[in-house]
Design a protein around this ligand. Structure first.
Ligand code: 6PG
Length: 241
């Protein structure tokens, strides 16, 4: 597990954008694309804005394929939509083939969309010998309760070992979500948690100090079998690191 500590979320976003640009360049050099799954919520917004402001013309966006690790089951113009946030912060500001953007159809019936999105992932993301898609890079956030993607503590979706996508329910709001499952997260080449803000500090401290002790937090359960697990953290979230 690699940890990168930054003074604030702006510094975190700046380094992550540099790392992202380098990863795209490496893929583009061999004519390949970087297949990523984005996280939602607020934390990645600054990262997306830095990409749009500072890398709009330097990153070869033809060599980037965007999926989402989770999405709220709302229309794409709804303020709750992870796609909407990403579109405003980044996608609307760059030149990228529309075919490279694979949004979850949050406006559609959740169970239908979980099945459809699973097929779309299978169509575009190479699978490993274990039969699961292998993303180049999955970005994850962490809620104050330790959830990640839309895998919430104690939810039955934590036990899913066959499906690629599931319908999840936010434990407080009841909002339906589409989320990829642990087999997908654990199959990625690179998984980066972006964790910022003091609301995350208590659970993050437990995770960072847990060693091999199992915790009830989904964010602590992500364990890439043949990949890199890293944490991009700001001081507010990790004051003791
Ligand atoms: C979502 C996310 C979710 C998010 C965390 C952290 O759709 O909400 O993907 O897992 O990453 O809840 O959210 P913040 O960045 O807003 O704190």
């Amino acid at each position: 597990m690699k940890k990168y500590l930054f003074n604030d979320s702006n510094e975190l976003a700046g380094q992550l954008a540099r790392d992202f640009s380098a990863a795209v360049s490496e893929k583009a050099a061999s004519g390949e694309s970087l297949a990523v799954a984005l996280s939602g919520g607020h934390t990645p917004k600054t990262f997306f804005e830095v990409l749009a402001d500072q890398y709009r013309d330097s990153i070869s966006w033809n060599n980037v394929v965007f999926f989402w690790g989770d999405e709220r089951c709302v229309p794409p113009d709804n303020d709750e939509s992870n796609y909407k946030m990403t579109n405003i912060a980044l996608l609307s500001k760059i030149v990228i083939p529309s075919g490279n953007i694979h949004r979850v159809l949050g406006e559609d019936p959740p169970h239908n969309e979980a099945l459809r999105y699973e097929e779309e992932i299978k169509e575009f993301i190479p699978e490993s010998a274990n039969g699961f898609p292998r993303f180049d890079w999955i970005f994850l956030g962490m809620g104050p309760d330790g959830h990640t993607a839309s895998l919430f503590p104690g939810a039955p979706t934590l036990e899913e070992r066959e499906k690629i996508c599931v319908v999840a329910t936010h434990p407080e709001t009841g909002q339906k979500r589409i989320s990829v499952t642990f087999p997908v997260l654990d199959n990625a080449k690179r998984v980066s948690f972006l964790v910022a803000g003091d609301s995350k500090a208590p659970v993050l401290k437990e995770i960072m100090e847990s060693g091999d002790k199992p915790l009830p937090y989904p964010a602590s359960m992500v364990n890439p079998q043949d990949g890199v697990l890293e944490w991009y953290l700001d001081k507010a979230a990790a004051p003791e690191l």
